[in-house]
Design a protein around this ligand. Structure first.
Ligand code: FAD
Length: 323
């Protein structure tokens, strides 16, 4: 077993941005371990996606099969196993997504090997793989040595800078074998309504609202502010839990980790679980009634005041500046 195998991801038939982040993380690790870097993609009709997945791989393994879309955990596990058998790696990286959260632990159990999930840093110490991840609500960063012949790691998205590497050396197509029917049968797929506006994960500007907004009737303040500056809409967990907006907008430990140039937090207290999701933001602005709110410890700029007094003037001025 030698080499670092990096799994990419697809969304709606296109390469997910997290794929090249994994390639960057994998390349650094492969160099530190002095082992080759290989890639893998699972799906149906991968030719176009594979051409974009330039991670500097010696070999890119494509595991294709009609049964692989829509996704089921059983099929993903069987396909990943086929790629691992072909690449014989010592380390395997996956983007930490809703899907990998479901099937990678099962793959680790099947391979009887070590797995650490949602990691934010990967280091080689001799032949040891030492990974870091936030624990206890993001208040502490823990380090783990991953054990096993094939060490599995899911990597938090938005942490590594996505960058294309050298062109792929060779492509290895593997026809995925459909696993025998399991206890779950997919009978239909219903698409969730597409979230309007800019995708939270990729957004350069985010306006986020918290419980301090007071109720769903006031949520238009956040949407109008985001629209005025071309930003995406985010929220804290109580806002999503209360159904003011969909949980797709939730930022934080149990929501999305974001990496914008500008993050404006309105009526958000700044709990560690929220701050864990914005730690990679470049500039944070807090608007809060309470000058002692923890959000001000992370904010680069802050306004102590009622958002209802602050935002209308801001929206007006932003509209003027954007013409
Ligand atoms: C395991 C776990 C995971 C979690 N994951 C997440 C997560 O992913 N994301 C997340 O956000 N939370 C998460 N939480 C919850 C977290 O601990 C906090 O409860 C939550 O972030 C608080 O949300 P909030 O700031 O909107 O509300 P509050 O803490 O109630 O804060 C509201 C703020 O609004 C201010 N305010 C009130 N009125 C106004 C006004 N008129 N103008 C301006 N400011 C005003 C108040 O001063 C206050 O600071 C998690 C908790 C646990 C235990």
């Amino acid at each position: 077993m030698a080499g670092v195998l990096v799994f990419g991801d697809t969304v709606g038939g296109a390469l997910a941005p997290a794929s090249l982040e994994m390639a960057v993380a994998g390349a650094a690790l492969a160099q530190a371990l002095n082992e080759p870097l290989t890639g893998a993609l699972i799906g149906d009709d991968l030719a176009a996606v594979a051409a974009e997945f330039n991670g500097g791989f010696a070999t890119l393994h494509l595991i294709e099969g009609k049964h692989l879309r829509p996704y089921t955990a059983r099929s993903a596990i069987a396909a990943a196993k086929a790629a691992i058998d072909a690449a014989a790696p010592s380390v395997v990286l996956f983007p930490h997504t809703l899907e990998t959260r479901e099937w990678v632990p099962r793959l680790a159990a099947m391979l009887d090997t070590g797995l650490v999930m949602d990691c934010t840093a990967l280091n080689a110490e001799g032949s040891d793989l030492v990974v870091s991840k936030p624990v206890y609500g993001g208040g502490v960063t823990a380090q783990y040595v991953v054990r096993g012949n094939i060490r599995l790691v899911t990597v938090r998205t938005g942490v590594f800078e996505a960058r294309a590497g050298a062109a792929t050396g060779a492509v290895n197509k593997i026809a995925a074998v459909e696993p025998a029917a399991g206890r779950v049968t997919l009978i239909d797929e219903a698409k969730a309504a597409a979230a309007s506006g800019v995708r939270l994960k990729d957004a350069k500007v985010i306006v986020s609202g918290g419980r301090g907004l007071g109720g769903p009737a006031n949520w238009h303040y956040i949407e109008e502010t985001a629209a005025a500056i071309g930003g995406a809409v985010g929220c804290s967990r109580p806002v999503a839990d209360s159904g003011w907006v969909s949980s797709a907008h939730q930022v934080g430990l149990s929501g999305t980790s974001v990496k914008p140039d500008l993050y404006i937090a309105v009526g958000i207290s700044g709990a560690v679980q929220h701050l864990a999701g914005i730690s990679n933001s470049s500039t944070v602005v807090a608007i809060n009634l309470d000058g002692d709110a923890d959000m001000f410890t992370r904010a680069n700029y802050g306004v102590v005041g009622d958002y209802k007094d602050v935002l209308p003037g801001f929206i007006e001025r932003a509209k003027q500046l954007r013409g």
